[in-house]
Design a protein around this ligand. Sequence first.
Ligand SMILES: Nc1ncnc2c1ncn2[C@@H]1O[C@H](COP(=O)(O)OP(=O)(O)OP(=O)(O)O)[C@@H](O)[C@H]1O
Ligand SMILES: [Mg+2]
Length: 467
Amino acid sequence: MFNSIKFKLIIWTLVLFAVVFTGLELILYYKLESVAIGFVDSHISSEVGMLSSLAATEEKHGQLVTELYEITGAASGEYAEKLSGRYFQVLDHEGKLITNSPSLYLADATLPVIIPASEGVYDVVEGPTGGPIRLYSKAFEFEAGTYIFQAGDSLDDTYMLLSSFRRIILMAYPLVFIACAFGVFIVIRWSLAPLRLFSKKVSEITEEKLGERVDTGIMCAEVRPLAESFNTMLKSLEHSFEKQKQFLSDASHELRTPTSIIKSYCDITLNKSRTEDEYKAAISKMGDAVNRMAELINRLLVISRLDTKTVQLEMKPVEVMGMIKGVVRLIDVTAKNKDIDITITGESVNIRADKEGLLEVFTNLVENGVKYNRSGGRVDVTVASGNGNAIVTVKDTGMGITAAEQTKVFDRFYRVDSSREQSVGSGLGLAIVSTIVAAHGGRIELESIEGQGSTFTVYLPLEDAGS
Ligand SMILES: Nc1ncnc2c1ncn2[C@@H]1O[C@H](COP(=O)(O)OP(=O)(O)OP(=O)(O)O)[C@@H](O)[C@H]1O
Ligand SMILES: [Mg+2]
């Protein structure tokens, strides 16, 4: 569960939400606080301004202190109500009270004395009722001397507003959080639906249903490449599965022929007593069939090892010309029996290769050149180098291969019909050759004209030579 994308996405989204929401709420709260306090500040500073300008006007007509008493006495509204929360007072330069608003003197209360420097100052102090008040104090110069004007507004309403705001936020927080978590859960579930669909489809595909494909059309853009890769993988799996099945059935088929031969000879020979010569002939026929089986089993082993890659190529320096000469020496006896001449021309070429594998390649090619040749024909082998490759051509004057069959002869168990009838080979030689050549990073090409002969050309990279 902790490892699921859904879980991680939900947790991360909620953490992000919590951080952003908390930050936003804090910003809003402090903004509201500063606006509310600013509102109070502008009220008390304008009150102080108004009182001081009234005093300045009245001073021109007579005694300032008397005028101040009159201004105070004329206060109306909340300033005239006892402990209403709106207050002002005037002090002399030493902080001695001159006069104050009825809201104070009716309760025999005063505001805390603050003697400001040159500028007016704002403070939060304890008011006459014990609650907090915002207090503005500013000194003014008159002809009669310096006087300090103070005005204060209760902060009870402001603090009540802020605390309601806090309460609303605290109540809204879990609700919004739950709504957000639910929303995120729904969105993620909906977003991951294509993945669930994909995984359901994948789980339905079994060994027997390798031909099935995931419908990429219904997948969303993010999952489609994954589904397409999966389909490609399925296709290649299906292909290799089919190849394996075909290989197994072909191999069994090929083994059945020599087995039937051996069985028939056993049955016929044993159904009555035979002469020594008859026994020898039967055993010799069975021996041929056993040899054929052994040859076939050897090839099957080579193919299976190449397939499972249990055979690592042992790359060693190889002199190609010398190897070809050795191969030809072995096949020459058979060739002579068929009156076929084998020639070798070219230069000495050194490459790094797997000796066993390369022997298999050249033996198969020269053997085919002899096997599918006419009596009195030729097999010409040339060894050269060019374009970074060792180039070996095996050219024969045999029956040739039709264009249609040229690509198929490299398939496992494929034999051209005429040679199938003669039952001269298993059809594995060229498949082994092409696999080994490819494993060396090389390639094999075939040119052939039916009735005239075939040329197989092997290219093997030189680059590792000598290293
Ligand atoms: N030089 C050639 N000329 C004409 N046909 C060829 C030649 N080489 C191969 N072929 C055809 O291609 C088929 C496949 O050859 P490949 O070497 O794979 O198998 P094979 O010779 O039948 O059996 P194996 O080599 O396993 O004993 C052969 O059966 C033959 O019909
Ligand atoms: Mg062959």
